[in-house]
Design a protein around this ligand. Structure first.
Ligand SMILES: NC(=O)c1ccc[n+]([C@@H]2O[C@H](COP(=O)([O-])OP(=O)(O)OC[C@H]3O[C@@H](n4cnc5c(N)ncnc54)[C@H](OP(=O)(O)O)[C@@H]3O)[C@@H](O)[C@H]2O)c1
Length: 246
């Protein structure tokens, strides 16, 4: 059995990843605040956890439950896809509330760090393929006014990825870990960026233009490519893939 933990499976890229992973040999653990009933109705081996990633203290409990559901005799691989994210606040930092700053960094950076820690701890004895894919963004490097929280969280996630790759280097049953920019995709997150008040977030015009010029990929095509990378023979350990189609 191949086990996959996917955060943000209620819509967008996370949902597309989960849909494509449903198979008799795969067992999915899906996490988001809203349960994806359509996904559940497709059948398959799937456990859904309605969890707010802001509840950092809950992450340990959920990962404990997940690890109890993994049949170690049958496990061939375990993967964690840190996909869930929020883009707000879309405003210069002095206009952002402390709650928005806190939530952005919690969901986009601290939660993936804690899930990674739990994943490594709870699988350290398993001599099977163990992989983590962190979904980052071009915003880690390409900076625009009004996205400081999101960009900071994503660049932090990439630094964290490289740190963990170094830590795992000398471990007996190492976890492989990488980050990836998925590109620009037609999702709710993209809607939020495009529909943001351009008086407060001027870059919304750029994202709107990208959509109008047909530059957005579908979640399905993106998920298919991400899964090729995640399950490929040459896992790019510690690397940030900036273009998934190269
Ligand atoms: N779309 C793009 O153009 C684009 C570009 C670059 C990078 N990305 C990255 O791709 C990934 C997926 O984004 P997407 O476009 O698919 O976004 P999306 O459609 O907005 O979906 C975000 C997912 O994250 C979950 N989520 C948000 N806050 C959460 C919380 N507090 N607790 C638990 N789950 C939470 C949402 O579920 P609930 O609301 O049900 O909790 C949802 O399933 C993100 O890491 C994003 O940064 C996207």
């Amino acid at each position: 059995m191949h086990y996959f933990i996917i955060t943000g499976a209620s819509r967008g890229i996370g949902e597309a990843l989960a849909v494509q992973l449903i198979a008799p040999d795969n067992h999915l653990f899906c996490i988001s605040r809203n349960k994806n009933e359509q996904l559940i109705s497709q059948g398959g081996n799937l456990d859904y956890y309605e969890l707010d990633l802001n509840d950092l203290a809950e992450l340990e409990r959920v990962m404990a439950q997940i690890s109890h559901r993994i049949d170690e005799e049958k496990a061939l691989s375990v993967s964690l896809i840190n996909n869930a994210a929020i883009v707000v606040p879309l405003s210069n930092i002095e206009r952002s509330s402390w709650e928005q700053v806190n939530q952005n960094i919690s969901v986009n950076l601290i939660a993936p760090m804690i899930l990674t820690a739990e994943f490594i701890r709870r699988t350290s004895h398993l001599r099977i393929e163990k992989r983590i894919m962190n979904i980052s963004s071009g915003s880690a490097k390409h900076l625009v006014p009004g996205m400081s929280c999101y960009s900071t969280a994503k660049s932090g996630l990439e630094t964290f990825t490289r740190c963990i790759a170094i830590e795992q280097d000398k471990q007996p049953n190492p976890v492989k870990i990488m980050s990836v920019w998925p590109g620009m995709i037609e999702t709710t997150l993209q809607d939020e960026v495009i529909n943001a008040d351009k008086e407060i977030f001027a870059a919304s015009e750029f994202f709107k233009m990208a959509r109008e010029h047909g530059m957005l990929a579908t979640p399905e095509a993106t998920a298919a490519r991400l899964l090729e990378i995640l399950r490929g023979d040459n896992f790019p350990q510690g690397i940030v893939i900036e273009n998934i189609y190269e």
